[in-house]
Design a protein around this ligand. Structure first.
Ligand code: ADP
Length: 327
């Protein structure tokens, strides 16, 4: 109808004699008004329709009734807005998933910590109570029970130290201080400290000869912790044979390897041993004073040196833990 009125007015404009300027002006004015009205009509009409669909969509999102971005649909002319809302929805969904995962990991971690703390505390409590109940006067068992209580106290201490380390690392409070130092100096400090542990099990602790001038860029204290954890693990999980430290250097990096002739790790367990509290054999690890956190700490430290730990192992075929450091 509006279109017909516009056509009529245009025809009038064309056929009105040139003298009738007022009539011409009136027609032009009317055509302009009609055009404005039409534009306004369509604008209001379309806006309302669009607004209604946006409002409907917001309600759906608010009521959590959208389960995938494909369900976010707006009229065709609002394609850009639809895509923007889809992207926002995906981002929010990812944030929510991440927070849920964090919460799950936190709860799981707290559960593990309580469980790990409970074990040595209950054991110490049990031995002390038995001693107080009279065993203290029994010369056949009193020293044995005291020794066991002392062993669990040591486990508790190891666990607390590892927990402090892991929480410092994971909260971003581990500050590394990189400098160059001679690897041989660090090895000469570490080996005499660990040798008694190897000797207790009749194992050989061997350092293969390497370039004594080799300097590496690392945090000396953190690297000492890595060596301690890996060599102690190699000793813990080896019943006979040897534990070797093998160091090779090329132009840019030193490759450090701790190799043992121990029980080995199955293919399915290898990807999991760096998880906090994951142990292949829980009882064996506990009996050897393990906390289940050692390799998680090693992984963090080596990654903070922009490197990664590689593992090669087979059941009963021994294990190799290796990483590279710049020199
Ligand atoms: P744990 O305190 O139990 O030794 P770690 O985080 O150091 O904890 O190691 C995780 C698990 O990986 C150990 O419980 C053990 O099952 C396995 N593991 C680590 N090092 C070795 C190794 N050299 N040989 C065999 N198994 C190992």
């Amino acid at each position: 109808m509006v279109y017909a009125a516009l056509c009529l007015l245009t025809l009038l404009l064309v056929f009105i004699p040139p003298g009738l300027t007022v009539t011409r002006l009136a027609c032009v004015f009317s055509a302009a008004c009609l055009l404005n009205f039409t534009a306004f009509y369509f604008f209001v009409h379309i806006s309302e329709r669009e607004l209604r669909s946006i409002r409907k969509l917001i309600n759906l999102i608010r009521k959590n009734k959208i389960s995938s971005p494909e369900e976010i649909v707006l009229p065709e002319n609002l394609y850009d807005l639809q895509e923007e809302i889809r992207a926002m929805y995906l981002r929010t969904q990812n944030d929510i998933d991440y927070l849920k995962k964090l919460e799950r990991v936190r709860t799981e971690f707290l559960g593990n910590v309580s469980h790990e703390l409970r074990t040595p505390i209950f054991a110490i409590q049990g031995f002390i109570e038995t001693l107080l109940d009279g065993a203290i006067n029994d010369s056949k068992v009193n020293m044995k029970f005291l020794g066991k209580a002392a062993h669990h106290t040591e486990n508790l201490n190891n666990l607390l130290n590892d927990l402090i380390d892991i929480s410092m690392i994971e909260s971003g409070e581990m500050h590394l201080s990189f400098r160059y130092f001679r690897l041989i100096d660090l090895i000469k400090e570490i080996i005499p400290e660990l040798l008694p542990e190897a000797e207790k099990k009749n194992l050989k602790l061997i350092v293969n000869p390497f370039d004594e001038k080799l300097q590496i860029l690392a945090d000396r204290n953190k690297l000492r912790q890595v060596f301690n954890n890996l060599i102690l693990n190699a000793i813990k999980y080896t019943e006979e044979g040897s534990v070797s430290v093998i160091i090779e250097a090329d132009e840019s990096a030193a490759r450090i390897m701790i190799k043992d002739t121990g029980i080995g790790i199955s293919e399915k367990d290898i990807p999991r041993i760096f998880e906090r509290f994951y142990r292949v054999d829980r009882d064996r690890s506990r009996a050897a004073g393990g906390t289940g956190l050692g390799l998680a700490i090693v992984k963090h430290i080596i990654e903070a040196h922009s490197s990664k730990v590689e593992v090669r192992s087979t059941i009963l075929g021994g294990s190799e833990f290796a990483f590279r450091l710049k020199h």
